[in-house]
Ligand binder design. Structure first.
Ligand code: SF4
Ligand code: SF4
Ligand code: SF4
Ligand code: SF4
Length: 436
């Protein structure tokens, strides 16, 4: 069965859609699975086409860009009505990106600068009094998408790497393995003797569909539910497993098994970058309110929530950067990026170049440090950080042993440096962006 998809653009540079188009032949394996309902970047769709679809008739909608006009706001709301699952596609949609820096000024100041004062202006225009009334209104500030509509999943990156895009699309159209057999379970062909449950190990084979060739329990490793739910549980073993979970204070090893189970059994995205707003593991990590289902997933989540040994794993760019091994967490000078040629192996921060890797979510594979450029933070804040810029400042300040005059001389645009992609969602910006 094909998946109905729509791609919508709010105010943006179109780079994310360009990135999608740049997949070229890479799109071929997934295109037959997609029924494209709206994609004006490549075909002559009209907005009325989108408005004409029945509410909820589009399975997945991708929105690029942030909200800078009233039409953006309206378009985002129409997408929310038409799409079952809405994805914030790219850093503009997730965090406001570079355009969010405009929130340092009022709308009037921006219009005046652009249409009256900019060096390239030959015929100044007063865009407050002389604007074409047919034009959509500019919003007071850059509004982040999820302040106006509920977003189900986020795919950051400026633009997202093609592997992230393909990973996200593959996640959305994922198919069951051909050999999956929901009418049986893993226990039915398990040769573990004694059963791992009798050995005190949390094995989820009893609630998992059969068909797997690997059969981890045969090698002494618990089944973590890769094949998803079966319709035919081994009731006796499933009851024993639940009993174990209910009385458990999970060790780190057990917490790892349970979190793998929650991800694989429920088909949560495992690759870097795409993340679901409703991801239960994130909710546990944030101590956010959550309703636990009455099934095995709910029992597993409850066990995780009460385990002091469970840590939500979410890497930063440093965790995927080869220079990390050489990071000494000291910075005795500050350099601007054009000063000198950076060493290709030493951590940028140790060399004095201000790299946002420690506070930036992993997912790109450390593409910039690999090309000898500092990370500027485009994948947005690491999970749990609400203010990427403030965290960057405190991280770097804790490493730095430099004179304050050097800070003043070398950091000429602190907002542009530390908040380049996330000003619109930062705590500091909450006042102007709280519209929902
Ligand atoms: S996230 Fe980056 S590439 Fe995508 S639209 Fe925004 S500025 Fe352009
Ligand atoms: S619970 Fe695990 S170890 Fe026990 S029989 Fe089932 S698959 Fe095998
Ligand atoms: S700070 Fe930058 S250079 Fe250093 S390890 Fe992190 S990403 Fe790599
Ligand atoms: S290294 Fe940093 S700036 Fe470069 S792509 Fe990755 S997250 Fe973006």
């Amino acid at each position: 069965m094909t998946v109905n998809v729509a791609f919508y653009q709010c105010s943006s540079c179109w780079g994310c859609h360009q990135s999608l188009l740049n997949l070229h032949l890479g799109l071929l394996p997934v295109l037959p699975e997609l029924n494209i309902k709206y994609w004006p970047a490549v075909l002559d769709y009209k907005f009325s086409d989108l408005e004409g679809y029945e509410d909820g008739s589009i399975d997945v909608g991708f929105i690029e860009g942030m909200l800078r006009t009233e039409h953006d706001v309206h378009g985002a709301k129409v997408m929310r009505k038409k799409c079952k699952l809405l994805i914030a596609y790219g850093t503009c949609a997730c965090y406001g990106s570079v355009k969010g820096l405009a929130n340092q000024w009022s709308r009037e100041e921006l219009l005046q600068r652009k249409f009256q004062e900019a060096e390239s202006v030959e015929e100044p225009l007063n865009m407050v009094t002389d604007r074409d009334p047919e034009l959509t209104e500019i919003t007071e500030s850059v509004v982040n998408l999820d302040k106006v509509v509920d977003i189900d999943a986020y795919l950051p990156g400026c633009p997202p790497k093609k592997e992230n895009i393909l990973g996200a699309v593959a996640f959305l159209i994922k198919k069951s393995p051909e050999n999956m057999n929901k009418s049986s379970n893993v226990c039915a062909t398990c040769k573990a003797d004694p059963c791992l449950l009798e050995q005190g190990k949390l094995c989820f084979g009893n609630v998992t569909a059969a068909g797997c060739d690997l059969m981890c329990p045969n090698s002494g490793d618990p089944c973590v539910g890769c094949f998803g739910p079966t319709n035919n549980q081994d009731e006796g073993k499933a009851a024993k497993l639940r009993q174990m979970l209910e009385g458990l204070t999970a060790s780190q090893e057990q917490a790892n098994v349970i979190s793998s189970f929650v991800i694989l059994y429920n088909g949560l995205p495992v690759q870097g970058s795409l993340y679901l707003a409703a991801d239960p593991l994130r909710k546990i990590a944030l101590d956010a309110p959550m309703e636990y289902s009455d099934d095995i997933s709910g029992a597993a989540l409850k066990a995780l929530a009460k385990s002091p040994n469970y840590t939500f794993m979410n890497g930063n760019v440093c965790s995927t950067c080869d220079r990390n091994a050489n990071m000494t967490k000291t910075m005795t000078k500050i350099k601007r990026v054009h000063e000198g040629l950076p060493d290709t192996e030493e951590c940028f921060l140790n060399q004095g170049y201000l790299c946002m890797g420690p506070v930036t979510q992993a997912g790109c594979g450390g593409i910039c440090p690999t090309s000898n450029s500092v990370c500027s933070g485009c994948y947005g804040p690491v999970f749990g950080i609400t203010d990427q810029g403030a965290r960057a400042i405190s991280t770097m300040a804790s490493m730095a042993d430099v004179d304050i005059s050097e800070v003043e001389d070398k950091i000429l645009d602190p907002v542009g440096l530390f908040y380049r992609y996330s000003l619109a969602v930062a705590e500091i910006n909450k006042k102007v962006n709280d519209t929902k």
